[in-house]
Structure formats: structure tokens, C-alpha cells
Design a protein around this ligand. Structure first.
Ligand SMILES: Cc1ncc(COP(=O)(O)O)c(C=O)c1O
Length: 369
């Protein structure tokens, strides 16, 4: 291993630059005498809702909880089916299972890893209640045809925006198009907290009220449950930190787009490059390339101090935890083929120009074996 390895992601430089603001936000919370359900959380929910043209927001403990609670608030329950893709983070699917509903998959497009909306209709049954488009790697699913199908077939649409903060679809921000959207503020995300966090945005006040109750033991007031519920809260410290970072999403996405354009300009002969769909603006949460000898590439890049990752090495339907769904090898050939070829290059706004150069030179050098 060389000195000064370049990680696939780091927040060290971000913290160095924004330390004073972040610590001031924490201090404000600690002095407020209100660590849970205070002004910071309420303000963050309102700011996120306003930024995405939704009626309101409900802060929760994680993106996984945001998905599960949003599904329940949209009326998903045991016996229903919810359609999504097999090449997503496990939590998209575990959240469906946690509601008692059955996850159902459709395959993805070969050129951008996103749900192949042309295959959606064939997966709908009388039990289908909702669809979760996953805006994977920072890029939006083709939402117009998806919303059209959902409207015709009476399905709820929950956008999984965990990876797509700052992305756009035909001028609309990711997370503003469905009946609801589920956000994760896991630290690596484009808008990441300094710990766990999540948020639900929704259009309908009744959905928001139900989500608010479900995250608070099913209560509407105190000490009396209207329905079985959970404890899932976005704490004041995380909300205060996220508020300081929200205005930085746009400049940070600009920087991510610059890094992606550098990679794309020079690496076309070395790897199979990711595509940016013409209808949108990629936020480049991850820069996912393909190579026939993916594992060899990662090893040789690692030896040169370029640390890569695989998101994700196993499609969900081939993982033991999801064998109960009854899918088999070959059911989703595109997702299965991609899982063997994909790897992520370092990507975060604080990647310096000389580090970008090192990544590019190393990928070129090792791509021919
Ligand atoms: C696509 C996707 N959905 C959901 C989640 C779950 O978010 P969290 O880790 O905050 O529970 C993640 C992130 O891990 C994700 O990448």
C-alpha cells in the first residue's frame, strides 16, 4: 500500500472546513434544554419540505425507518405487495418486509442501473399497493412513465431518495415527485449527518399525521396509543447539523459533477463509464464504473492506494436473507450481470484535484491487467 491512500469516501476535510459551524449548532442544542422533538427538528422538517415542494416532513431515526414508516402511513400492510428493484441497498427491501408486505422485483436498465419502468406493469398484481423507485447512485428513475402507470393502476409511489439528494428529474428535485419520499442522512450521503438520521416528506397531511404518530409509539398526544407504533426520532443534534449542511448540497453536487466530468473525460477507454440519463441531473453520490475484471481492478487500484467499493456485490434476491421471496438465479439477468462488474471510484466533494489526477492515472495504468 502506498502512503496517503485515497478513500472511497471521507468527511475529514468537510469537518475541518465546517467545524466551527457544526460545533456551534451542537452547542445551540445543548443549551436549549431540548434534545428530542425541539425547534431544530421542526425547522429542518419544514426546510426540507419547502425545498422539495412537499406539504411537510417527519424526521425519523434512519432511512430504513423512513421507508418503513412511510409505507405504513401510505396504507401498506401485511398481504400487500410492493414493487422495487433487486440492485438496491438491503434496507429498501427490509423496510418493505417490516410492514408485513411482500417485496416484488423488476429488473433494471443495462445502461444506468435504474428500474426498467417498461417492465413495471408486468409485475403488478391485484395485491400490489405501492412502488418504490430507487434513485440509485444519485440519479433519478424515469419518473413520468412510472407515475403514469401508478396513477392508472392505483398504486402509491414512495421515492427512495437515500442516494439522490441534490439530483433532478426534468427540473424537479428528487424526492418531490411521489406521494412520499424517504431520506437517509447516513454520514456518507450527499446530505449526511454525524450519526444516523432519516426523514419522510409527503404531499398529504393525513399521511404526515399518521407517520408522525407511527414514529412516536402510535401516540397523538402523550401516554395514549391510538395504534401500534414505534420509537423513531431524528434527534435535535443531528437536525441542527443537517440544517447547517442543507445550503451546501448545491455547491457540493456541483463539485461532485466536476469530479465525475473529469473521470468521464479520461476513463472511457479504461472502464465502462456510467451514463447520465438525458432527462435529469445526476448528483453523483457514487461514481460506479464497470470492468470485465472488476475484482482484479479493485485489487490493483488498492495496491496503488486508490480504495474502491462495490455497491452492491449481491442482488438482494440472491442473498440468503431474502431466499424466502422464492426468486432464483436468472430471474433478473441485468442486475445479476451488473453485480459482477461494478465498482465505485472515490467520490466526495473534498477530493482534491491532485487526488482526482491520481485516481485517473491509476485506473488508466491498471485497466489493461
Ligand atoms: C438506497 C438506500 N435506501 C435506504 C437506505 C437506508 O438508509 P439508512 O442507512 O439511513 O437506514 C440506504 C442507505 O444506507 C440506501 O442507500
Amino acid at each position: 500500500m502506498t502512503a496517503n491512500p485515497i478513500p472511497v469516501w471521507s468527511y475529514e476535510e468537510e469537518y475541518r472546513e465546517h467545524r466551527d459551524t457544526i460545533l456551534a449548532a451542537c452547542d445551540r442544542v445543548f443549551k436549549s434544554n431540548r434534545l428530542i422533538f425541539g425547534e431544530e427538528g421542526k425547522a429542518f422538517e419544514a426546510e426540507m419540505a419547502a425545498a422539495h415542494g412537499m406539504s411537510g416532513g417527519v424526521g425519523v431515526n434512519s432511512g430504513t425507518d423512513a421507508l418503513e414508516i412511510a409505507l405504513r402511513a401510505l396504507g401498506v400492510a401485511a398481504g400487500d405487495e410492493v414493487i422495487t428493484v433487486p440492485n438496491t441497498a438491503v434496507p429498501t427491501v427490509s423496510a418493505i418486509g417490516a410492514t408485513g408486505a411482500q417485496p416484488v422485483f423488476v429488473d433494471v436498465r443495462a445502461d444506468d442501473f435504474l428500474m426498467d419502468v417498461a417492465k413495471l406493469e408486468a409485475a403488478i398484481t391485484p395485491n400490489t399497493k405501492a412502488v418504490i423507485p430507487v434513485h440509485l447512485y444519485g440519479q433519478c428513475v424515469d419518473m413520468d412513465p412510472l407515475l403514469d402507470i401508478a396513477k392508472r393502476r392505483g398504486l402509491k409511489v414512495l421515492e427512495d431518495v437515500a442516494q439522490a439528494q441534490g439530483a433532478f428529474y426534468k427540473g424537479l428535485p428528487a424526492g418531490s415527485m411521489g406521494d412520499a419520499s424517504a431520506w437517509s442522512f447516513y454520514p456518507t450521503k450527499v446530505l449526511g449527518g454525524y450519526g444516523d438520521g432519516g426523514l419522510i416528506l409527503a404531499r398529504d397531511e393525513a399521511v404526515l399525521a399518521l407517520a408522525r404518530s407511527l414514529r412516536f409509539y402510535g401516540m397523538e398526544g402523550t401516554y395514549y396509543s391510538e395504534r401500534p407504533g414505534r420509537n423513531s426520532r431524528l434527534d435535535e443534534v443531528q437536525a441542527a447539523i443537517l440544517r447547517t449542511k442543507l445550503p451546501l448540497v448545491a455547491p457540493w453536487v456541483k463539485r461532485r459533477r466536476h469530479i465525475a466530468s473529469c473521470y468521464r473525460a479520461e476513463l472511457g477507454n479504461a472502464v465502462c463509464l456510467p451514463r447520465e440519463a438525458e432527462y435529469g441531473r445526476h448528483a453523483w453520490y457514487l461514481f460506479v464504473a464497470e470492468h470485465d475484471d472488476r475484482d482484479g481492478m479493485i485489487k490493483r487500484l488498492g495496491e496503488r492506494g486508490i480504495l474502491c467499493n462495490i455497491s452492491y456485490p449481491w442482488p438482494i434476491h440472491l442473498q440468503r436473507g431474502y431466499a424466502y421471496l422464492g426468486y432464483r438465479h436468472g430471474d433478473f439477468p441485468v442486475a445479476e450481470a451488473k453485480a459482477k462488474r461494478i465498482f465505485s471510484l472515490p467520490m466526495y466533494p473534498y477530493l482534491y484535484d491532485e487526488q482526482i489526477r491520481r485516481v485517473i492515472d491509476a485506473v488508466k495504468e491498471v485497466s489493461n491487467g
